[in-house]
Each structure stands twice: as structure tokens, then as C-alpha cells.
Design a protein around this ligand. Structure first.
Ligand SMILES: [Zn+2]
Ligand SMILES: [Zn+2]
Length: 444
């Protein structure tokens, strides 16, 4: 069997053996896996490739319709309608539009009828204000649709067990659509065992994309008005509190670890120079390499804001706006995905150790929150563009035929990654074991 012989050869095994804990997937256990599967990864890849190529011309108008109608932050009505209509037209798929009370979220489900793992894919389709689909989410949408449909085709062809779920997840660009769906119980209700997604970029492909943890919060200080010349001692200066905190943050910045980022801007700086400022406010963002490191950074940042309150007597209020966890890729799934991707030619994803370096980015995504709930992958694929994401040039690139083909190549690799989980239950056991270790703070 291809899969486990490939795992034995793979760097993933040596990585797990080098970690402090030896309780994870290890060579001994993996060596026990026998070459006992009748269906090989090549069989799955051939079928997924053939199937995805056969629907390429149906996926192209879906991608273009989303691209040509850029919609923002829970307002993705055209994208939602287009994708729902498309999934409803596929045989064997049950589609729930406006799922969990979110108008532009949807869930499409394919059940093999045989008990088994539940593999899931996330489709994104939101755009950016003023610069259209400059994050290429139209490509993410068709990649996940293609992968999910190819997986269902292979289930039928090879009589595999389990289910495939496609989650339509709106508002990735700051609205946290996946977090809303997680909180509403969408992933747990459907018993999703793993979740897969992709993202286009201009850097070389990576099966192990890692993103930063991110937190965005509003800070307010409440003071007391007084005549700023005649009786300033009667007032409490909220702006002074905020400036004191801002200066303390500027000092803290020099003492933080690489990858820790603190950003902020003042939205309210008082009413007039001759009134002691009774109200001051701002929006602040902190980022770090991981969720746990972000929590440590946030404590130190909070101390700065409390220092402002302490120094002036103003009352402090902090309100969280949005928090995205870092994305932790599952290496077991990454090995399978990489092997499938590399068999499709053109460019090579390197082995796990190198790919973990290649896949690191300072950007953030709500797929990060998914990666703390179940084994997850975000396959980064390269499209040809002079400009990177969040630039209008990248939006133009995301509309080209070449970018379409790149997205479908990613879809083939993601289809096979999910199918391997359905084919051999030991894959899921190994992926979940790694996931558990990650949650316990080991194996990272
Ligand atoms: Zn983006
Ligand atoms: Zn994006």
C-alpha cells in the first residue's frame, strides 16, 4: 500500500521521533502497518484528477461569477446563491442554504450510507473593500467544491465509507465566518473529523501553511470633564490615560519576541483643548506566532493599558472585536497532501521540515480556529502574479485561466488527502494523535 510505506520513508516519522515525547505516531507503530490496501493513492489521484478535469468547465463560470461580483463580510449573496445552486445540481448532495441562521453560509453533505470518517472542506468566497477578489477567494471556493465533489465521486467508485461535508464559510476577511459556524455547532453537529482548505499566493506551494494568531480589541478610557485652564485638578484626563498606555506599548515593543506585533490607532482623542478629556478610545491589534504566545503578549499589553488608568484615575474598558487563532497544520495529512500534489507535476513541495519553514506567514485566518478543533490543512498554491494578495493586481491574476488550473490542481491534492482518511482508518488515528499532542503543547 502506498500510503503507509510513504509515511515510513517520510521525514514526518523522524520529526516525531526527535520530539521530547515518544508517545505520538512512531516508527514502530507505522512499521506494523501492512501493505493491505487494494486501492492505492495513485488510483485515488487518477480518479480525482479525471473527475476534476471533467467538471473544470462547469467550475470556471462559478469562479468567474464570484470574482466578477465581489461581496464583503456576510454580504456574499451572489456567491452563496451561485454555490448553493451548483451544489444542488449535483446528484447525492443534500444542501442547506443560509445554514445556522447565517444568511450567506451553507452546508452541503454527501453520505456514502456506510459508517466511517467525516471529511470536510471549507469554501471561502468573500472579497475586499474596493479591491475586489484580491485575496483570490473565488479560487478557494472552486478548489473546495472540486475536492468535495471528486471525493464523493471516488466514494461511489471505490465503495468507500463515510461522509463528505462542504462548509460554505463567509466573511474570512475579518468577520470570522468559520468562528461563527464553530460556535453555532456546525462542525460538531456534522461530526467533522478533519477539515481542509487552500489559499492562493505568489510564494511557492506549501502543504503546511502556518499563520499568526491575531486579536483585535477596542480600548476606552472614561474620565471627567473640567475647565482645562481654570480648574484642571477637578478633571480626570482620559486622553492622558490612553497616551500613557500608548507610550508604554511603544516601550514594550522593544522587549517582545520575534513575531510579536502590536499595532494601534486612536479613534477618540477628546472634545476640545479647553476641556479636560473625559473620553478617549482606540483600536488595537496584537499578533503572535501562536495562540499561547499571544495570550502571554496580551497580558503584557493589558498591563500597559492598566498603567494608563492607574496613572490618571480614568476608568478602563476593553472590548474584544475579533480573535483568530494561529493555523497549525496537521503533518500527517500534510505528508499525504504533499505526495499527491507533487505527483501532479510542475512544482514540488519539499519535505516536512522545509515545508514548515516555507509555509510560515505573518497573515492570519479563521481557519486557524478550525485547526484547534480538528486536524486541518491549508494548502498554499502559487498563481502567476506580479502583486501579492490584497492588491488589485492579484485580483486580476485570480481571474486567469492559469490560476483556475492551479486551483484545480490543489483540489486534486485535497481530494486525495480526504480520501486517504476514508480509505484507511489508521490515517485518522495518526492525524488525531498528532492533533491531541498539539493541543497538549507537545509536538509543535
Ligand atoms: Zn485576505
Ligand atoms: Zn484570503
Amino acid at each position: 500500500m502506498q500510503l503507509f510505506s510513504s509515511l515510513v520513508e517520510d521525514d514526518y516519522v523522524s520529526i516525531s521521533m526527535n520530539e521530547e515525547s515518544q508517545t505520538g505516531p512512531n516508527t514502530e507503530r507505522i512499521d506494523d502497518f501492512q501493505d493491505d490496501q487494494k486501492i492505492s493513492q495513485k488510483d485515488l489521484l487518477d480518479l480525482a484528477s479525471e473527475y476534476i478535469d471533467s467538471i473544470s468547465e462547469e467550475l470556471r463560470p462559478v469562479s468567474l461569477r464570484i470574482h466578477d461580483n465581489p461581496e464583503l463580510n456576510y454580504g456574499e449573496f451572489i456567491a452563496h446563491e451561485t454555490l448553493v445552486k451548483f451544489m444542488k445540481s449535483r446528484k447525492g448532495w443534500k444542501v442547506t442554504p443560509s445554514a445556522y441562521g447565517i444568511a450567506t453560509a451553507f452546508i452541503a453533505e454527501f453520505d456514502s450510507g456506510k459508517k466511517g470518517p467525516v471529511i470536510s472542506y471549507n469554501a471561502e468566497y468573500d472579497a475586499l473593500k474596493g479591491i475586489g477578489h484580491s485575496c483570490g477567494h473565488n479560487l478557494i471556493a472552486i478548489c473546495s467544491v472540486g475536492a468535495a465533489l471528486a471525493a464523493s465521486a471516488a466514494i461511489k467508485n471505490f465503495s468507500l465509507p463515510g461522509k463528505v461535508i462542504l462548509f460554505g464559510t463567509p466573511a474570512e476577511e475579518g468577520g470570522g465566518g468559520k468562528i461563527k459556524l464553530l460556535k453555532a455547532g456546525a462542525y460538531s453537529d456534522h461530526k467533522a473529523d478533519i477539515n481542509l482548505i487552500s489559499h492562493p499566493g505568489i510564494v511557492p506551494a506549501s502543504a503546511l501553511v502556518r499563520t499568526n494568531a491575531y486579536m483585535n480589541f477596542r480600548v476606552e478610557y472614561f474620565g471627567k470633564e473640567a475647565h482645562a485652564a481654570a480648574s484642571p485638578w477637578e478633571g480626570i484626563n482620559a486622553l492622558d490615560a490612553l497616551i500613557t498606555a500608548y507610550n508604554a506599548l511603544s516601550v514594550l515593543r522593544q522587549q517582545t519576541m520575534p513575531g510579536d506585533i502590536i499595532q494601534g490607532h486612536i479613534t477618540d482623542g477628546g472634545a476640545a483643548p479647553n476641556i479636560i478629556h473625559a473620553y478617549a478610545a482606540g483600536i488595537f491589534v496584537v499578533r503572535s506566532l501562536s495562540k499561547s504566545r499571544l495570550e502571554m503578549l496580551r497580558k503584557r499589553v493589558n498591563n500597559c493599558f492598566e498603567a494608563g488608568a492607574e496613572a490618571t484615575g480614568a476608568k478602563l474598558k476593553m472590548t474584544e472585536v475579533m480573535a483568530y487563532d494561529d493555523h497549525v497544520p496537521n503533518k500527517v495529512l500534510g505528508v499525504i497532501c504533499r505526495k499527491a500534489f507533487n505527483q501532479l507535476g510542475r512544482e514540488e513541495i519539499p519535505t516536512t521540515e522545509l515545508d514548515l519553514i516555507r509555509g510560515a506567514t505573518q497573515a492570519s485566518t479563521d481557519q486557524g480556529n478550525i485547526s484547534y478543533m480538528m486536524p486541518s490543512l491549508s494548502l498554499g498554491f502559487k498563481i502567476e502574479s506580479q502583486d501579492g494578495p490584497h492588491n488589485p493586481g492579484f485580483a486580476a491574476a485570480a481571474r486567469t485561466r492559469k490560476a483556475h488550473d492551479a486551483a484545480l490542481k490543489a483540489a486534486k491534492a485535497l481530494a486525495v488527502t480526504g480520501l486517504e482518511v476514508l480509505l484507511d482508518e489508521r490515517v485518522l488515528v495518526a492525524a488525531k494523535e498528532e492533533f491531541k499532542e498539539m493541543l497538549e503543547g507537545r509536538g509543535r
